[in-house]
Design a protein around this ligand. Structure first.
Ligand SMILES: [Zn+2]
Length: 95
């Protein structure tokens, strides 16, 4: 049987940190689908694993977007208004 997409995401995130965009590209599905999968995955892998997110950063002023509740990249920096924001990465780590 073919492995489910969520199973694939779990395997990939256990191996390497990836961006939301990177996951969507690898799986050839829209970002929204990956976001939805991640929400389910976070619950299903707990408490053995947790999704560790490296926050996006403003490439202009270095502002770090901590405490994000979404997986997507913010569109603009609240501090300097730059739209050059790096993608945050995520990885599944044993808790
Ligand atoms: Zn900034």
């Amino acid at each position: 049987m073919e492995q489910s997409r969520r199973g694939q995401i779990i395997d990939m995130l256990k191996q390497d940190p990836l961006t939301l965009k990177g996951l969507a590209k690898l799986l050839e599905v829209p970002l929204k689908v990956v976001e939805d999968d991640l929400r389910h995955i976070e619950k299903s892998v707990a408490p053995a694993f947790k999704l560790r997110q490296m926050p996006p950063e403003c490439e202009q002023c270095g502002f770090v977007f901590r405490h994000r509740t979404r997986y997507t990249r913010p569109s603009r920096c609240p501090k300097c208004k730059s739209e050059h924001i790096s993608d945050g990465t995520m990885q599944l780590v044993a808790d």
